[in-house]
Ligand binder design. Structure first.
Ligand code: SF4
Length: 108
């Protein structure tokens, strides 16, 4: 299952984390929701593959620890989403389609 590209219509913003929005539902540690708005990562899909972290030309992503999450205990957090230049590399390389980038969606 890929990230829902309409998450901002279909989910509620329930929190903020390092300056970006978090979209629920969130029920830690098993359910973590979507982090970010312009660059959105579905933490419940992310398997910590790391291609986005390595390939992003402007270092949007930072690892965060997510102990006891069923998919992976690290997640690629779009901590610097305002730096995104919409190259779409991260969307293309993510093996589980956990990332959605939309230039029309305002981020932090
Ligand atoms: S679209 Fe490009 S610049 Fe934006 S987060 Fe993804 S890899 Fe980085």
């Amino acid at each position: 299952m890929a990230i829902d590209p309409q998450f901002d219509d279909n989910r509620e913003q329930v929190d903020t984390h390092k300056g970006h929005d978090v979209w629920g539902p969130v029920d830690e540690p098993e359910k973590l929701g979507i982090h970010g708005t312009h660059v959105a990562v579905d933490f419940d899909i992310c398997i910590a593959d790391g291609a986005c972290v390595e390939d992003c030309p402007v270092d949007v992503f930072e690892w965060v620890d997510t102990p006891d999450h069923p998919e992976s205990e690290l997640k690629a957090d779009p901590a610097n989403e305002s730096q995104c230049i919409d190259c779409m590399l991260c969307v293309d390389v993510c093996p589980v389609d956990a990332i959605d980038v939309d230039a029309g969606r305002a981020g932090d």
